[in-house]
Design a protein around this ligand. Structure first.
Ligand SMILES: Cc1cc2nc3c(=O)[nH]c(=O)nc-3n(C[C@H](O)[C@H](O)[C@H](O)COP(=O)(O)OP(=O)(O)OC[C@H]3O[C@@H](n4cnc5c(N)ncnc54)[C@H](O)[C@@H]3O)c2cc1C
Length: 496
């Protein structure tokens, strides 16, 4: 029997958990089916020999500040959950061949760092930042929680947010624009242009001209106003809080529950078939799997209009990653800081695989993540999926491709190789396998102004999508926003 209030969510990424949690709160019978034995998707944590590793994200802003724009915080508040965090500043160090700068959330401390490299550039960076902070301030009047992905959003905005809407009007051209356009209008200095490209790349996988301006405005605003913080217990703590919130409102999470097919009859969703063969019926199914996985593997080709399917599957993808998860001895590393970005070669583009390496050492903030006198490290860099196969050369290729990460780590901990007690090297195949993501991609590479994100709707009645291929801005806040938009669209509720 199909229960009219049942909703099945395929996947427990942050997008799926936010949608499922909110729908449970709204009174729906929400069931989240997750393939993996651990929830959280790209944001899950895992434990090996006493080390708690973040599989992906470890950079967060505004998880606890009541004024924060972070949609994760808004969902946690609704569900009655919260997490503990450790604030820190500087938020990281950027290591370029020409020098290292500390990146402070507090702009007044950040500009002098840039000034050491380029005084004129520091002034231009300030102009760029202030332009985007204006947009952030205008965005603050309309919480994501109030939004939905259908025409009724207009009613909500006109009824409850008219003054904020008016405040947004002067910024409308900027909302449509790329961070690159703002950079072109404010920054000439080549070094600062590269710095802006780097920050956009860290955020979206694309440089400034590919990254939408509101995404950068959000990042700059949240980090300077709400501050940067690390969740106690790692990324998994955010996932656990969302799971607790889902269950608190009667929702269910089924782990090790792989959905094989979304069942469609006469253009309408009727449920899903699990790998076990069991059929779960529901009039609403929300897929948190990527656009490629949903349309290629979970639906039959005939379920979708051919043109729509083809266009969706042609969505360009950001590359996958090489990962290095290390447990190391910490003796003599008392002054270590937590986030580092190393650019090896200034002559090469920052997006070239291996050239830009991201490093986080979260045990400097939360010592419980590693055994006593040890640290936990996650380093990663872009790596194309093509060419990777589990053949005889696999182990050797893995070690070779991890060398750029080791070289980056040596800039921070020169004797890193002698300190390693746990070493896990992940390739695009690892990423694709554990995260159930098409080619292990970071997400869609839809450049600003070059295409529309497909949103939560699909051509199939009752089938919706959430996650990083539905909304601009890959990252935890963006996918949480996608969960909110989807959940709100399915109920008749208007937040004030
Ligand atoms: C290395 C790395 C570093 C990052 N750093 C940051 C950062 O510092 N800050 C930040 O904000 N963001 C960061 N991100 C981005 C952020 O982690 C992701 O954008 C976000 O977590 C993606 O969430 P999602 O909702 O799209 O779902 P996903 O995380 O993709 O989860 C989808 C879930 O669906 C499940 N699934 C798929 N198919 C099925 C099926 N058929 N049946 C059942 N279950 C299925 C998968 O197993 C998975 O659990 C990082 C990402 C990576 C990879």
């Amino acid at each position: 029997m199909q229960d009219k209030d049942s909703v099945i969510v395929i996947g427990s990424g942050i997008g799926g958990l936010c949608a499922g949690g909110l729908l449970a709160y709204y009174g729906k019978r929400a069931i989240v089916c997750e393939s993996h034995l651990t929830p959280g998707g790209a944001a899950h944590s895992f434990r090996r020999r006493g080390f708690e590793f973040d599989s992906g994200p470890s950079f967060y802003c505004g998880l606890t500040d009541s004024q924060s724009l972070n949609p994760v915080k808004q969902v946690l508040d609704v569900l009655g959950e919260s997490i503990q965090v450790i604030p820190y500043d500087p938020l990281g160090h950027y290591h370029f061949p020409e020098g290292t700068i500390a990146v402070y959330s507090d702009a007044k401390r950040y500009y002098p760092e840039v000034e050491r490299i380029t005084p004129l550039g520091a002034t231009e960076l300030q102009r760029f930042t202030e332009r985007l902070l204006g947009l952030y301030e205008a965005m603050r009047g309309i919480p994501t929680l109030a939004l939905r992905a259908d025409w009724q959003v207009i009613l909500t905005l006109l009824k409850n947010y008219l003054p904020s809407l008016v405040k947004m009007l002067p910024y409308l051209p900027l909302v449509q624009s790329s961070a690159g356009n703002v950079m072109d209008a404010t920054v000439q200095d080549p070094w600062v242009r590269r710095l802006i490209d780097l920050e956009c790349f860290l955020l979206s996988g694309l440089k400034a001209h590919g990254t939408i301006a509101p995404e950068v405005a959000f990042m700059l605003g949240e980090r300077s106003r709400a501050g940067v913080e690390y969740p106690v217990g790692g990324s998994g703590a955010i996932v656990q809080a969302l799971v607790k919130g889902l269950k608190r409102w009667g929702g269910q999470l089924h782990l090790g529950c792989h959905v094989e097919q979304i069942l469609v009859e006469s253009g309408k969703v009727v449920g899903v078939r699990l790998e076990s063969g069991e059929i779960l019926k529901a009039p609403i199914v929300i897929s948190n799997a990527s656009i490629w996985d949903t349309y290629n593997h979970l639906l039959r080709p005939e379920d979708l209009p051919a043109n729509y399917r083809q266009a969706a599957l042609e969505t360009p993808a950001v590359d996958s990653f090489m990962h290095l998860h290390l447990g190391i001895r910490a003796d003599g590393l008392e002054n270590l800081t937590g986030h580092h970005v190393v650019v090896h070669d200034s002559q090469q583009d920052i997006t070239v695989p291996g050239n830009t390496c991201m490093i986080s050492i979260p045990s400097v903030w939360d010592a419980s993540l590693a055994p006593e006198r040890h640290h936990v490290i996650h380093a990663y860099t872009l790596e194309p999926y093509t060419g990777w196969e589990r053949n005889q050369e696999y182990e050797e290729k893995k070690r070779q491709q991890a060398q750029s990460l080791y070289r980056a780590l040596e800039k921070i901990i020169p004797d890193i190789r002698e300190r390693v007690v746990v070493e896990l090297i992940g390739t695009p195949l690892t990423h694709a396998h554990y995260l159930r993501r098409y080619q292990g991609s970071y997400g869609p590479a839809i450049a600003a102004g070059k295409g529309m994100f497909p949103s939560t709707h699909t051509p199939i009645k009752g089938l919706y999508r959430v996650g990083d291929s539905t909304i601009p801005g890959i990252g935890v806040p963006a996918v949480a926003a996608s969960g909110i938009l989807c959940a709100n669209t399915l109920v008749n509720r208007h937040w004030e």
